[in-house]
Design a protein around this ligand. Structure first.
Ligand code: ARG
Length: 261
């Protein structure tokens, strides 16, 4: 995670960003810290990246890389405003515990990649259409040695895979079907017949932008109906208030890069 010390909305690269609406950076830090302590209280280790002035979107740490079984596929951001974030993430993984693979193609890390270790022997789901290039999906498969399933995103409001789909545990997902092309919806229905389906209101509340440890599902307070859906599916929803991060077009998942070793 990376604290939103320098968080602002000074450019708009997704439909949620309104450069005329002021951001409360102090409140953003407070809310972010509650997310961090919530994860710690659930028993997880959280490493914190140093925020860099001039990189206001760095709080969305999920976009900086994608790791599977100790191999890290680095990010290459679509927009120049975020390009330098990749450098900070790369530095974090310069540790013998990780193998780091430099990307050639545009991809925004966990924003567009999800890993389900228990589904079909270990499968990577990958989004494209707005940020990550399809060529990066093939590159990720080559670097990570797991099948990558390409899913086309069709709604600009849900520009990253993690705004429209989330892993609930090692083998199941939840998603908002209409965020995907008709063919991608068929693929998801085939691979995940027991998926928890979300609706537009859930997605607009950033209810799919969640982090799950397979038991606890951490999601923002606005996503009330979504919390009931995950509860009905047997998980424990845990709410965190993240109103400020929504102004940049993100929520819980965007703020957390998961480390898979
Ligand atoms: N303002 C950021 C962008 O548009 C938000 C990124 C949200 N992160 C995510 N994992 N969806 O790039």
């Amino acid at each position: 995670m990376c604290p939103p010390q320098h968080f602002t909305v000074e450019y708009a690269i997704n439909p949620w960003m309104d450069t005329t609406a002021p951001v409360d950076a102090a409140l953003a830090v407070e809310q972010w810290d509650l997310l961090r302590t919530t994860l710690v209280d659930l028993g997880h280790t959280v490493h914190v990246l140093d925020p860099v002035a001039g990189l206001p979107d760095m709080v969305y740490a999920a976009n900086g890389a994608f790791s599977v079984d100790g191999t890290v596929y680095g990010a290459r951001f679509r927009y120049p405003q975020r390009a330098d974030e990749a450098v900070a993430h790369r530095a974090f993984y310069q540790d013998p515990a990780w193998r780091f693979a430099d990307p050639e193609h545009v991809n925004e890390g966990e924003g567009d990649f999800a890993y389900l270790p228990g589904a079909h022997g270990g499968v990577i789901l990958a989004g494209y259409g707005f940020r990550t290039e399809p060529a990066a999906h093939a590159e990720a498969q080559e670097m990570l040695g797991r099948p990558v399933v390409s899913l086309r995103l069709v709604d600009p409001a849900f520009y990253h895979l993690d705004t429209a789909l989330a892993a609930l545990d090692d083998h199941n997902v939840t998603y908002y079907p209409a965020a995907f092309s008709a063919s991608a919806q068929r693929v998801l229905a085939q691979l995940f017949p027991d998926a928890v389906l979300a609706d537009r209101a859930d997605a607009e509340a950033f209810g799919l932008n969640l982090v799950s440890d397979g038991r606890h599902v951490v999601l923002n307070t606005e996503a009330i109906a979504m919390a009931e859906k995950v509860r009905a599916a047997g998980y424990h929803p845990v709410h965190v208030e993240l109103t400020e991060l929504k102004r940049g077009g993100g929520s819980v998942k965007c703020a957390v890069a998961e480390l898979r070793r």
